[in-house]
Design a protein around this ligand. Structure first.
Ligand code: NCD
Ligand code: ZN
Length: 350
């Protein structure tokens, strides 16, 4: 680790979150303020139950989110449609043209929370990918194969080889975000492909390896999908995020679940990192001696990839040690945040 300044402030353009789960109903009303406090915009995942599969459903969901944003926060939810075997390409194109849909999300069937409606055979979506490439609509990919016989720690690497690399080869004009990458294979793949392929990286995959989940007892709050991998992979992700490459940008994958749904014999996948996401990333960039690359990762590479303007507003992080609380109340639901009980060295001002 390189040495870090002991005092100071860090001012950057207001960042965006290019991958977040806001849920719906009371929990959404309880969590949206955490994201809106930090980020100007966020790509909102469509894996509600039932999922957000059409322009009309996305428009309604967007209204519900906007209705729950605390007053005075200029926050723009960017909506996504959940692709299924029966997605209507014309509806996607219309939704994109009307400014309702920013992107479309590919979940392989049963890959993760609420993905039972996901795509069973990616080849069925070829006509949709063709239209998306024509209109410049990004495809957001949960990159894991789902077959029972594939080890959970190998599912991302298998997905690259069997699904993603051939897709990118077939459709070099399609913008693809390889989401929440967790492996050195993903970094190698993203680095080696054309400029239409980018990736998001979560705070948790930069901070923890699989030991955090499994050593000294089973720790459900460190469990998310894709699951954290070996240390060598975490180090590859840290190199990628702090490299200055425009292909990598911030996507928290903040995924709130009630405490009792995580602390269970069959605990849900997902880490709620929204309360201190920007601080969590700042710690990584500081530890890597790369604070000069932080603004590009957090606030510039994402909008550039999506063809959107960068935010003009600024945020300031102060170098103040603070302890993360053990639990957050999301409108009546208790949720354990990422870094609960740990001390973070930066704090968002205001
Ligand atoms: C997400 C969720 O809970 O919705 N969980 C997770 O572990 N990341 C789903 C997802 O993005 O895979
Ligand atoms: Zn996610």
């Amino acid at each position: 680790m390189k040495s870090a300044p002991q005092t100071g402030v860090l001012t950057i353009r207001r960042p965006d979150d290019w991958h977040v789960h806001l849920r719906d109903g009371a929990v959404m009303e309880g969590v949206v303020g955490y994201t809106a406090r930090q980020f100007a915009r966020a790509i909102v995942m469509p894996n509600l139950s039932p999922p957000v599969t059409t322009t009309a459903l996305a428009a309604q969901y967007r209204e519900r989110i906007l209705g729950a944003v605390p007053k005075g926060r200029g926050f723009t939810p960017l909506m996504t449609a959940y692709l299924t075997d029966s997605t209507d390409a014309e509806d996607l194109v219309r939704g994109h043209a009307e400014g309702v849909l920013t992107a479309a999300k590919l979940y392989p069937a049963n890959a993760t929370t609420n993905s039972a409606h996901g795509v069973t055979d990616i080849r069925k979506l070829e006509p949709i990918f063709e239209r998306m490439a024509e209109i410049g609509m990004p495809l957001l990919v949960h990159g894991e194969v789902t077959e029972d016989h594939i080890d959970v720690f190998d599912r991302e690497a298998e997905f690259i080889e069997r699904i993603l690399a051939p897709l990118v080869e077939r459709r070099p004009g399609l913008k693809v975000v390889f989401e929440h990458i967790t492996t050195s294979q993903a970094v190698e793949f993203v680095n080696s492909t054309n400029e239409n392929v980018a990736a998001t990286i979560t705070p948790q995959h930069l901070h923890i390896n699989r030991n955090a989940m499994l050593v000294g007892g089973i720790r459900p709050h460190a469990y998310c999908l894709p699951v954290a991998k070996r240390e060598q992979h975490r180090l590859a992700l840290r190199d990628a995020a702090t490299s200055g490459s425009a292909k990598y940008f911030l996507g928290t994958d903040s995924a709130p679940h009630a405490r009792e749904d995580k602390e269970s014999a069959c605990g849900c996948a997902g880490i709620f990192n929204a309360p201190f996401a920007i601080e969590s990333y700042a710690a990584v960039f500081e530890e890597e001696g790369a604070l000069d690359k932080f603004e590009a990762f957090a606030s510039i590479n994402g909008p550039r990839f999506y063809g959107l303007p960068v935010n003009e507003e600024k945020i300031t992080l102060e170098k103040i040690q603070h302890e993360v609380c053990g639990e957050v109340d999301a409108n009546g639901t208790a949720i354990v945040p990422f870094h609960a009980g740990e001390t973070l060295g930066w704090r968002l001002a205001g």
